[in-house]
Write a protein that binds this ligand. Structure first.
Ligand SMILES: Cc1cc2nc3c(=O)[nH]c(=O)nc-3n(C[C@H](O)[C@H](O)[C@H](O)COP(=O)(O)OP(=O)(O)OC[C@H]3O[C@@H](n4cnc5c(N)ncnc54)[C@H](O)[C@@H]3O)c2cc1C
Length: 465
């Protein structure tokens, strides 16, 4: 029996259902197709390049060979099935709305030509249609979703693929990784190289280091960016270098009750996928209809200052610079910069989401859309619009000594903790001593937060009417 395994966001040997079942059944052709229509941002492309490189080596080590192509999967997969006389095709499902629709059409077309199509859950704890209310409706609020998910049994992770027989193919027919041109022409990736090792082995190592050293303080310290107490596993989940099911079961077994706050976050990810599956329009439209009429602003200069980390609000600037440098930003800071963009600057959340998509190594449509709609106040179970984060207060609370700010905004390194959260409000002598000239070394705030807050609340009153 000969099967094709369509490799996508599942670049791993462990708990990889499509690869595992195909390898058990007979000869396999593992195929990766780079589809330019499937949008992927620049930072994640860099991660993908290295993740594919390491996945190729992992496959080699168990007897596999990755066949790499570029183009439309709808055209390529039937051609391959015919060329290699494949009787079946296997893939792990993806749930981005346009991808899910496309894949269903591909599956139907292949089935009509006599190819057996097998799809699997390899991305989530449970398929997004499994956790529903008693009346069959999807959840829009997290806590009941979380409780309902806990009543289901999350399938155990499958063993790693240890050996496979690959259908032989002419090497010249497969592209080399470099031909996919995933790496940027100008090298701006030093910060990402320093922070990430995009491989399955590194993902597993990071996970075990997290369990050993950070899980016990996760609950109390995960909100403090300088502590780096969260797992930083998101880029590995995003491209499937790590199985969320295996992480879930390992934490459940080893940490028991202490693991609950972390498991809860994993379930937020399933919740995001449930939302994007059942409400696919929320990728672009507000979940809460009231916001359809919200009047967003189009201030290019302010948007630019936000992207570059030059807003004059240190915690916002630190977050945006961490993002630019490493392709990652701490969750609490994502909320702060998101609130600042959508409420202080009144810039559409979709613009922020697009910037995140392009710059995050963990860019993930479901999580990103849910995160942005949450901060903008327009989403399911969202923080209400009128609860507007004060960036200075957030900074004092979650980065009390300004450690995180000092790391990413070096021009403020000499500022005393007392004034680092609001340098433009610091007395002249403190600024002088720290060598900071506001407006020259570090920008003046681009908005007055108090006034911006009132302006946002006025806009919100308009939509309520
Ligand atoms: C505006 C905004 C945009 C976001 N965009 C993305 C995105 O594109 N990709 C992405 O993976 N996450 C996104 N998040 C969610 C969250 O910030 C990241 O998942 C988290 O910071 C990743 O760090 P970590 O792996 O250390 O998380 P941990 O705290 O260690 O959590 C473990 C895992 O749980 C999941 N998780 C944690 N928090 C959330 C959450 N709030 N929503 C959904 N899943 C969660 C992630 O897969 C994460 O890796 C966004 C949040 C906001 C507020």
């Amino acid at each position: 029996m000969t099967s094709i395994v369509w490799i996508r966001k599942d670049l791993r040997l462990h708990d990889n259902p499509s690869l595992y079942h195909a390898a058990e059944a007979g000869d396999v052709l593992p195929v990766y197709i780079f589809d330019e229509d499937e949008e992927i941002g620049a930072a994640q492309k860099w991660f993908l390049h290295h993740a594919l490189d390491s996945f190729q080596r992992r496959l080699d080590s168990v007897g596999g060979k990755l066949y790499i192509l570029k183009g439309s999967p709808a055209k390529i997969l039937p051609e391959l099935a015919e060329k290699f006389q494949a009787s079946s095709i296997h893939w792990n499902r993806q749930y981005e709305p346009s991808v899910f629709k496309r894949d269903r059409e591909i599956g139907e077309a292949l089935y009509k030509t006599g190819v057996n199509v097998n799809t699997y859950e390899g991305r989530l704890l449970l398929p997004p249609w499994d956790v529903k209310k008693n009346d069959g409706e999807p959840y829009k609020v997290f806590t009941p979703f979380y409780k309902a998910l806990q009543k289901h049994e999350v399938p155990q992770a499958l063993p790693s693929v240890k050996k496979m027989d690959t259908i032989s193919f002419n090497k010249k027919d497969s592209l080399s990784l470099n031909e996919l041109k995933l790496l940027p022409e100008i090298n701006w990736t030093a910060g990402m190289e320093k922070r990430w090792t995009p491989s399955e082995e590194a993902a597993v190592r990071r996970f075990h280091a997290f369990i050993d050293k950070k899980l016990k303080v996760y609950k109390t310290q995960r909100d403090f960016p300088a502590d780096e107490a969260s797992s930083a596993l998101s880029p590995y989940f995003a491209l499937g270098l790590l199985s969320v099911r295996s992480v879930y079961h390992t934490v459940k077994k080893t940490a028991e009750a202490a693991g609950e706050p972390f498991l809860r976050q994993l379930v937020w990810r399933d919740f995001a996928y449930s939302l994007i599956t059942h409400f696919p329009e929320t990728e672009t439209d507000p979940m809460n209809d009231q916001f359809k009429h919200f009047k967003w602003m189009d201030e290019d200069d302010q948007f630019d200052a936000w992207k570059k980390g030059k807003t004059g609000f240190p915690i916002v600037d630190a977050g945006m610079r961490e993002l630019w440098s490493t392709g990652y930003m701490h969750n609490r800071v994502r909320m702060v910069v998101g609130s600042f963009l959508t409420k202080d600057l009144l810039i559409h959340w979709r613009k922020g989401a697009d910037w995140f998509d392009d710059t995050l190594v963990d860019a993930d449509v479901a999580n990103n859309v849910m995160g942005w709609q949450w901060v903008a106040g327009s989403g399911a179970d969202a923080s209400p619009f009128f609860r507007i984060f004060n960036p200075t207060t957030q900074s004092k609370k979650f980065d009390p000594d300004g450690e995180y700010i000092k790391k990413w905004v070096p021009e403020l390194r000499e500022m005393p903790s007392k004034h680092i959260h609001d340098p433009s409000g610091a007395p002249e002598d403190a600024l002088k001593e720290a060598g900071v000239n506001i407006g020259k070394d570090y920008p003046k705030p681009i908005v007055d937060h108090k006034a911006a807050r009132l302006r946002a609340l006025d806009r919100y009153d308009d939509v309520k009417k």
